[in-house]
Design a protein around this ligand. Structure first.
Ligand SMILES: [Zn+2]
Length: 104
């Protein structure tokens, strides 16, 4: 592990470079959380309360699935978030479907 800024060798345990103070990058730990997966989970959270016959759940599953695809390509964080969004969204779709059945 070498400092990206000054090129000095760093100990694996140090989060910051001892020589120049630059934040040390540790591969995957430095990757940001995928935005699409966050949006997907927010929509999934909304879909639990504002179901709209499962339509919001469908949007949540689509967004989360897109997030998951992006994560697999880019190595970003947020896989758990995306999977939670898909699970919650699927629950909402089933719930919405049951609601339609009840009202018909
Ligand atoms: Zn440095």
């Amino acid at each position: 592990m070498y400092c990206k800024q000054c090129g000095k060798e760093l100990r694996d345990s140090s989060a910051f470079c001892e020589y120049c103070g630059t934040r040390a990058g540790f591969g995957k730990k430095q990757e940001p959380v995928n935005t699409m997966s966050i949006v997907g989970m927010i929509v999934a959270g909304i879909s639990v309360f504002l179901n709209f016959w499962g339509l919001v759940g469908i949007a949540a599953v689509l967004l989360s699935a897109m997030g998951l695809i992006q994560i697999n390509k880019s190595g970003e964080k947020g896989k758990g978030i995306a999977i939670t969004g898909i699970a919650l969204g699927t629950f909402s779709i089933i719930y919405g479907f049951l609601m339609i059945m009840l009202f018909m």
